[in-house]
Design a protein around this ligand. Structure first.
Ligand code: GDP
Length: 421
């Protein structure tokens, strides 16, 4: 283990704009692909008469799925820069990206938005920026990619930057918190070294921008919140819930409670990476065993917390949502599925309390009759089954959700207040 601080990084952007290629490039430039793998691929390629530059081998290595015509699996790749250990968390292109982005497993601290210079802002660019902003990504680095295709043209770069800034304004993402870099993931321009092809650009390279990201503050001071992903039975140990510590600290000997299942006990053992550990911190994926808890007592979607400060269970909650897409209008009574941490629960939007002006954040209308795509609103939700969720200003990690319906993300939101039974 190193002491280098860790960052979970999401790579977002429209399909084919170059996300996988950029990840390959980052792995390559940071020396994160073991030499023997590069060697092996170099040999193979030479044998097949496909000699080329080493970067292509990295891409091959990442591209097992490409042959099957699927998106390259770039999630969970890791690379280390001067400042941070980066893990690429779940990436768009994955069918479940939107869902995963809101489950604990893939919470990103920061994100790189890839926008192809020839294409500009495209539908998924919008969707991902919107989600990043709603779900609390702190800072966006924008790579205007494929600059080689547009002959490294400064005017084209500026035009795309303007398009992206407009989009940021629309979703009220602070452009102060974004930097724009002309890159070519394929050719390597402005990734590790300033490029001679863009003499008009004297800003940071992508790696410099990554190094300069603010360090995420581990939420160890907050109470323990550990959403349960799965529950296993392991012989010799017993029932083992697994999940990621979102906030707080889990120690052996702690007295914990699972909500909404409402059972609890003392933590006997904690296991991480197949080793027993005395304690687990935010970001740690653990399996643990709690005295007296059976497999059927708890389930995915439960949240584990301290017995004396247990997770909240909402009878209703008030939330700020932004509607991304909906074929018609949303009226009180609408009951889509709410995805929050590892839970998926149908919930009824009981009342539309306020409609907000998205450009100013001011209240535009009290108790509107309906809301539609593009609207921001404060609503009251009644989960149809018990749901553990927290006000986002108290525990942001457990305070956001996405609303899905008919295979689409309809809206995303943040919890303002929880009213418990
Ligand atoms: P993703 O769907 O966003 O992951 O996009 P990919 O990384 O799979 O890239 C889509 C296509 O664009 C592939 O054919 C890449 O080789 C190509 N591509 C990616 N980055 C660049 C670039 O900087 N320049 C050029 N010319 N092509 C690129």
């Amino acid at each position: 283990m190193t002491d280098t601080p860790h960052q979970n990084l999401a790579i977002i952007g429209h399909v084919d704009h170059g996300k996988s290629t950029l990840v390959g490039r980052l792995l390559f430039e940071t020396g994160s692909v073991p030499e023997h793998i590069i060697e092996q691929h170099r040999k193979e390629a030479e044998e097949k008469g496909k000699g080329g530059f080493e970067f292509a081998y990295v891409m091959d290595n990442l591209a097992e799925e490409r042959e099957r015509g699927l998106t390259i699996d770039i999630a969970h790749q890791e690379f280390t820069t001067d400042t941070y250990d980066f893990t690429i968390v779940d990436c768009p292109g994955h069918r479940d990206f939107v869902k995963n982005m809101i489950t604990g497993a893939s919470q990103a601290d920061n994100a790189v938005l890839v926008v192809a210079a020839d294409d500009g802002v495209a539908p998924q660019t919008q969707e991902h920026v919107f989600l990043a902003r709603t779900l609390g990504i702190d800072e966006l680095i924008v790579g205007i990619n494929k600059m080689d295709i547009v002959d490294y043209d400064e005017d084209r770069f500026r035009a795309v930057v303007e398009e992206v800034k407009q989009l940021f304004n629309q979703v009220r993402f602070d452009t102060e918190d974004a930097s724009f870099i002309p890159i070519s993931a394929f050719e390597g321009d402005n990734i590790a070294e300033p490029s001679d092809n863009t003499p008009w650009y004297n800003g940071r390279t992508l790696l410099e921008a990554l190094n300069d990201l603010p360090a995420p503050e581990p939420p160890t001071d907050a109470p323990l919140r550990l959403p349960i992903q799965d529950v296993y039975t392991i012989s010799g140990i017993g029932t083992v819930p697994v999940g990621r510590v979102e906030t707080g600290v889990l120690n052996t000997g702690d007295s914990v409670s699972f909500r909404p299942s409402d059972v609890g006990g003392e933590v006997k053992t904690i296991e991480m990476h197949h080793e027993e550990v005395p304690t687990a911190e935010p970001g740690d994926n653990v399996g643990f065993n709690v005295r007296g808890i059976g497999k059927d007592d708890i389930r995915r979607g439960d949240v584990c917390g301290p017995a004396d400060d247990p997770p909240s269970v909402a009878e209703t909650f008030q939330a700020q949502i932004v509607v991304m897409q909906h074929p018609s209008v949303i009226t009180p009574g609408y009951t889509p599925v709410f995805h929050a941490h590892t839970a998926q629960v149908a919930g009824t939007i009981e009342s539309l309390d306020k409609k907000m002006d998205p450009s100013s954040g001011e209240v535009a209308e009290e108790n509107p009759d309906y809301i539609e795509a593009g609207d921001a609103a404060v609503v009251t939700v009644r989960p149809q089954k018990p749901l553990s969720i927290e006000p986002s200003d108290e525990i942001p990690e457990l305070g956001s959700f996405a609303i899905r319906d008919m295979g689409q993300t309809v809206a995303a939101g943040k919890v303002l207040a929880v009213s418990e039974k």
